[in-house]
Every structure is written in structure tokens, then in C-alpha cells.
Ligand binder design. Structure first.
Ligand code: SAM
Length: 173
């Protein structure tokens, strides 16, 4: 089973939305086994990926809350189904803002339990994939590939978000 709803088609769709030029430097936060990295590299992007528990040699060990990267060095941050899993999506968002160049893009998909807020970013596009996520989660439960998790209260949605870093100071989500 894929590490996110929608499989490689949705990874490709997210990259299409961002329309990054060849050579753009991209950091995948929570890159897992590196499938998205392979796709990005096939498209000519200069893609790197970090994960707390890398599942292939393409991905290096790293924490998306404190990557150790310099400020403003990436053209884009990519993340699929990982900010919430990290336990602190606000910290992940702040770190994405810090490592992005001004005008750089955050391309992410994730589960949200409130209206998403991205301080320091302008949201350019959002797509609702909640139905797909529900099917994905139920299938994972059915196959005993995940444990039922105690979700926060509130209406749960799953979205793709494309946002641009503005040069304003960052706050907390
Ligand atoms: C649901 S998986 C998604 C993996 C991949 N993005 C994909 O779509 O296949 C979430 C990933 O986030 C990683 N992760 C969780 N917390 C993290 C953190 N603080 N820093 C980096 N990676 C983290 C997990 O190890 C896991 O590989």
C-alpha cells in the first residue's frame, strides 16, 4: 500500500500544480521510501529527502522540525501525508518557511482537523481529497496495516495545499 492516499498519480499531480523549473532545489519532508524523490529527479529537479526513519538509501535521516539546513536555500518544500504524522505540524510548517527562499513554494498534502493556516505563506491552491483519504484509511485498517488512531475532535479533511512563502515574519500555525 502507498504511504499516502492517491499513490504516485497524486504525487505527480502535486508536482504538476507546482510546475517547478528543471534544476529547482526541493526538500521532501517525511520522504519515507523516497518514491516522490525518484519522480522529482526524473523531472529534472534537484530533490533531497529527509525522514526520521528513512526506508531507502535515497532518503537521509532527519527531523522535519529541525532540519539543520541553512535559512532560505530551497526553491520548494514538498511533503505528502507527513506533517500531522510528525506530531507537530505547526513546527513542520515553520521549518518549511525557514528553509524556503522568498517566493519559494510549499507543496503538501495532509490531514487537517481545523481550517488550515500557513503563517508567512500565501495559499495559491487547495484541493479537497477527503473522500479518497477516508477510503485509504479504511483500507489500511482492513488490511491490518495500521492501528485505529484516536483522532482529535473536529471535522477531518485531507487536502493538497500549494502555498508561496512571503517575506513577512513567520508565526505559529
Ligand atoms: C505516512 S508516511 C508518508 C511517507 C511518504 N511521504 C509517502 O507519501 O510515502 C509519514 C512519514 O513521516 C515520517 N516522519 C514522522 N515524523 C517525522 C519527523 N519529525 N521528521 C521527519 N520525518 C518524519 C515517518 O517516518 C513516515 O515515513
Amino acid at each position: 500500500m502507498n504511504g499516502h492516499p492517491g499513490g504516485p498519480e497524486h504525487t505527480a499531480h502535486m508536482l504538476d500544480l507546482a510546475a517547478l523549473p528543471a534544476g529547482a532545489r526541493v526538500l521532501d519532508m517525511g520522504a519515507g521510501a523516497g518514491e516522490a524523490l525518484s519522480l522529482m529527479r526524473e523531472r529534472g529537479l534537484s530533490a533531497e529527502g529527509i525522514d526520521l526513519q528513512p526506508r531507502s538509501s535515497l532518503v537521509r535521516q532527519g527531523n522535519m522540525h529541525c532540519t539543520g539546513e541553512a535559512d532560505a536555500v530551497y526553491d520548494a518544500v514538498f511533503s505528502q501525508c507527513a506533517f500531522w504524522c510528525s506530531g507537530d505540524p505547526d513546527a513542520a510548517c515553520r521549518e518549511a518557511w525557514r528553509v524556503l527562499k522568498p517566493g519559494g513554494l510549499l507543496i503538501m498534502s495532509d490531514v487537517f482537523f481545523a481550517e488550515p493556516v500557513f503563517p508567512g505563506f500565501t495559499v495559491l491552491r487547495e484541493e479537497d481529497l477527503t473522500t479518497l483519504w477516508r477510503e485509504y484509511y479504511l483500507e489500511a485498517l482492513w488490511r491490518e496495516e495500521t492501528e485505529p488512531v484516536c483522532l482529535p475532535r473536529g471535522r477531518c479533511t485531507y487536502r493538497i495545499v500549494l502555498a508561496r512563502k512571503e517575506q513577512t515574519a513567520n508565526g505559529s500555525v
